[in-house]
Design a binder for this molecule. Sequence first.
Ligand SMILES: NC(=O)c1ccc[n+]([C@@H]2O[C@H](COP(=O)([O-])OP(=O)(O)OC[C@H]3O[C@@H](n4cnc5c(N)ncnc54)[C@H](OP(=O)(O)O)[C@@H]3O)[C@@H](O)[C@H]2O)c1
Length: 267
Amino acid sequence: MANNIYFIGGGNMVTAIIAAIRKRGKSFPVGHLYVEEISPERTRFLEDAYSVTPVSPDSTPDADIVVIGVRPQDDVAGVAQSVARRFSRESTTVISIVAGYTIEKLQRSLGEEFPIARIIPNTLTTVDYGYTGAALNTHAKKENVDAFLRTFGKVLYVDEKLIDIITGFYPPNIVYHFVDAYIDAGVLAGLPRDIAKAIALDTIVGGVEFLKQRDVLPQVLLNINNSPGGVGITEAYTLNKTGFAASIQSTVLAAVEKTTTLGEHSN
Ligand SMILES: NC(=O)c1ccc[n+]([C@@H]2O[C@H](COP(=O)([O-])OP(=O)(O)OC[C@H]3O[C@@H](n4cnc5c(N)ncnc54)[C@H](OP(=O)(O)O)[C@@H]3O)[C@@H](O)[C@H]2O)c1
């Protein structure tokens, strides 16, 4: 059966979801991908790149799923109220990707009876490493959202209290920062940038793959690699001294706190 999906907001995250749906067309057949987006340039881009059907805020096509994809600082409540006026709670599940915005707040605008999934995806949707944390209200049925969610990654159904933590924990930005710093380290030590980049990317992918193959925590491999008085333990000492672990942990905690604050301040 073909599915009709209606997106409100057509920015970066929605685009990453649409790209994944188009890539996996066979496993999740869609009828229409409707996009209601403020920016005409953005709308044209999505039409050209992904053959979406542009729609205006007063349109009411049949939609199995409506995705609220605006930012926490946009008028989320206004968008939800407009969804409640136009779509049927009998046939449509509302999925919100808005960071920090709780199911309770959505229910205030949509009404208590609407099926709602609050999800937090990341942008790794087309490389088979995407992850989505999902919390459902009592009216939402897993079978009505699962196939859609699986088009853009693995899905973790969790208690809603974990959603803000997941939001701060798994954007790939932290990896991009690490790769950036790692490449610069090679350049600082005297490697040409292209060589530093090639080695850094393969070392990171290879290190992660090896950890997965061995199915162990990093400490096990560090214990093997860090021989007494050697280079490895010197690296470990330097990382400890410069606060590497605390820096990553503070970054994640700050991102979780920011997510919660954004949600609290959005209307
Ligand atoms: N990016 C991520 O990695 C990520 C990951 C997980 C969740 N999220 C969540 O996804 C949502 C979107 O994030 P994003 O990064 O994709 O932001 P974005 O690129 O800024 O996209 C938001 C889009 O929504 C449009 N918009 C605003 N109000 C609208 C309305 N009332 N009706 C229709 N369109 C409207 C904006 O247009 P204008 O710019 O013209 O206002 C913009 O094009 C946020 O709530 C964020 O928390 C993002």
